[in-house]
Design a protein around this ligand. Structure first.
Ligand SMILES: [Zn+2]
Ligand SMILES: [Zn+2]
Length: 340
């Protein structure tokens, strides 16, 4: 008889599975929680029992087992497309919302979207930007990885990249409606009207604003990216660059030591990394399937889009400071203001 590598129990039914030695109980827990779903899932919390699902999964993660798998019924692309359909429909069809910051949004649980009663043409760019970000945040909340994270980690995760992901969706929407510049529905410019005087100050600003509007879409057009490719990239972009932050130790005025823990723990980062890798592998497989021998070239070309999002964000950071400098930031929604 062998011992299960995860729970260390010695049993007759311990066997090799998923590359390690597992008992039936651990195998069941692993299989149950690693299959991806279409809908948002309940968090898995530690119940301090011998058969704790969370602790079992953490052990499996330590042994290098994949934390995310597809089933025949729920394939990754099918699940992603279904979630994106919800996001897209909420963006187009729901009513402009109260201006809340991220903490307030997270505290209120699942967001209720109400049907638009106003004409699409009557929405201003602040209202569209807010809708874009709120629907993106709601999309991110459905990620399978969220069930492995604490509440603080979920907020920390979303806080880091909701704007990047929203910009990406903005470009994606415009690309699919045949535009060569980022625009909100009804041909509304992504930059608020009151910032127009800044565009006109000098040609360098004009270039800056225009590269934000056009560069990503130009790349989409050049590569003729598909919706499947874009959705896989959207998740990778949401996961951001995985950096494990260390606690910051400071001494206050009274000589007391204060430890500020990063919002995402090392364990949380590992789950996020596993989720990111799962989507990168799916993107690679998709390229190999569609392009055969040229699959790896396609894959590398698609990865360059991630870098382009980072560059666009750096430019947006500059424009945000321009808005402040010229005092045109008064109406920006809290989700915009808070991010920069
Ligand atoms: Zn076991
Ligand atoms: Zn536990």
């Amino acid at each position: 008889m062998r011992a299960c590598q995860v729970c260390e129990k010695v049993e007759a039914n311990v066997a090799t599975g998923y590359g390690i030695t597992l008992c039936n109980g651990c195998k069941m827990v692993y299989r149950r929680h690693t299959l991806i779903k279409e809908e948002r899932q309940e968090p898995i919390v530690c119940n301090h029992s011998k058969r704790c699902h969370r602790c079992t999964l953490i052990k499996c993660l330590e042994f290098g087992l994949k934390m995310f798998r597809e089933s025949k019924e729920v394939q990754l692309l099918k699940a992603l497309n279904a979630r994106n359909a919800v996001r897209s429909s909420n963006f187009i069809n729901s009513q402009p919302r109260e201006d809340l910051n991220l903490k307030e949004i997270m505290r209120r649980g699942p967001i209720k979207f109400e049907t638009k009663t106003v004409n699409i043409q009557d929405l201003n760019s602040h209202q569209w930007a807010n809708l874009q970000m709120v629907t993106t945040i709601e999309f991110m909340k459905t990620f399978d990885v969220m069930k492995h994270l604490t509440e603080t980690e979920v907020t920390g995760f979303i806080k880091k990249t909701y704007f990047n992901t929203a910009i990406f969706f903005m470009a994606m929407n415009s690309y699919f409606s045949g535009q060569s510049a980022m625009m909100f529905p009804g041909n509304k410019d992504v930059f608020p009207e009151e910032t127009a005087p800044i565009h006109e100050i000098g040609s360098s600003y004009w270039g800056l604003f225009n590269s934000i509007r056009c560069e990503l879409i130009a790349k989409f057009i050049e590569l003729q990216v598909s919706q499947d490719e874009l959705l896989l990239l959207a998740v990778v972009i949401s996961c951001g660059s995985i950096i494990t932050e260390k606690p910051i130790v400071i001494e206050d005025a009274n000589g007391e030591i204060i430890i500020n823990h990063p919002p995402i723990s090392t364990l949380g980062s590992q789950f996020i990394q596993s989720y990111r890798d799962f989507h990168l592998t799916a993107l690679f497989d998709n390229c190999m399937k569609n392009e055969n021998a040229h699959g790896h070239i396609r894959y590398n070309n698609l990865l360059s889009i991630i870098q382009l999002v980072t560059q666009t964000m750096q430019k947006l950071d500059m424009t945000y400071h321009l808005f402040q400098l010229y005092q045109r930031d008064g109406n920006l929604s809290k989700l915009v203001r808070e991010f920069f």
